[in-house]
Design a binder for this molecule. Structure first.
Ligand code: SF4
Length: 225
């Protein structure tokens, strides 16, 4: 497997842990507000080989023993489960970030992950605006995660137009019965569609109001706003 980037230390990407973050390139969605446009659309390198990544992680394992694999979308890489298995063999705590559109690879990763953060971005209807033609993989992944026995969160960036009072009930239906839901604030910076750089984020009060709807559908709700 090859990686587009490695951030040696992060305090915010793995709940309650200090972690190294590995970035994969490419994605099967096109969210107009994506902050990783260069990783999603047109990344041509440089790449870091899997062995080199593992070597760096092992050199620093006494200080950082947790790893987040994020994107782009990691599950579009068929060799992802094999790489995660190597992380577990070497004693790392592993968190996987995913948009949920590749349930088969997600299922194959389950034995090798300790935590999954899956995006639930908007109502099923609005997913077409993210260039998802079929919502079935998403609902399948939600089921897989909920029944996996692996710790997890569903997370949602509160992007105006995608997360509103009109869509929040539908988002609630998607995650109904889930353990944990995390609302993140939208930051209009370096977005894939430059028009989103000018979009004013929702107020904290509005997001918390939406959160009250989701709170009735899940066990725990958190805010990063
Ligand atoms: S926000 Fe995530 S799922 Fe959407 S295009 Fe960017 S990397 Fe892909």
């Amino acid at each position: 497997m090859i990686f587009a980037g490695l951030q040696k230390t992060s305090l915010i990407d793995y709940p309650d842990r200090v972690a190294t973050v590995l970035f994969t390139s490419g994605c099967n969605l096109r969210c107009p507000y994506c902050h990783n446009g260069e990783l999603v659309h047109s990344y041509t390198g440089p790449f870091i080989e899997e062995d080199e990544v593992l070597e760096t992680l092992l050199e620093r394992k006494n200080y950082v023993d947790s790893v987040v694999v994020t994107g782009g979308e990691p599950t579009i890489h068929p060799d992802l489960p094999g790489f995660l298995a190597r992380l577990k063999e070497n004693g790392f705590n592993v968190k996987l970030d995913t948009n949920g559109f590749n349930p088969d690879t997600l299922r194959a990763c389950l034995p090798f992950v300790d935590y999954i953060a899956m995006d639930v971005k908007t109502s099923t209807e609005k997913y077409t605006d993210l260039e998802a033609s079929n919502i079935e993989p998403l609902t399948k992944s939600i089921k897989i995660i909920k029944t996996s026995g692996v710790d997890y969160e569903f997370r949602c960036t509160a992007v105006p137009g995608f997360v509103e009072t009109e869509t929040i009930n539908e988002i609630g239906k998607l995650v109904k019965g889930a353990k944990r839901f995390v609302f993140q604030q939208f930051r209009p910076e370096k977005t894939l569609d430059p028009n989103y750089n000018g979009v004013k984020p929702h107020s904290e009060e509005y997001i918390r109001e939406l959160g009250r709807v989701i709170g009735q559908c899940v066990d725990e709700i958190y805010y990063k706003i």
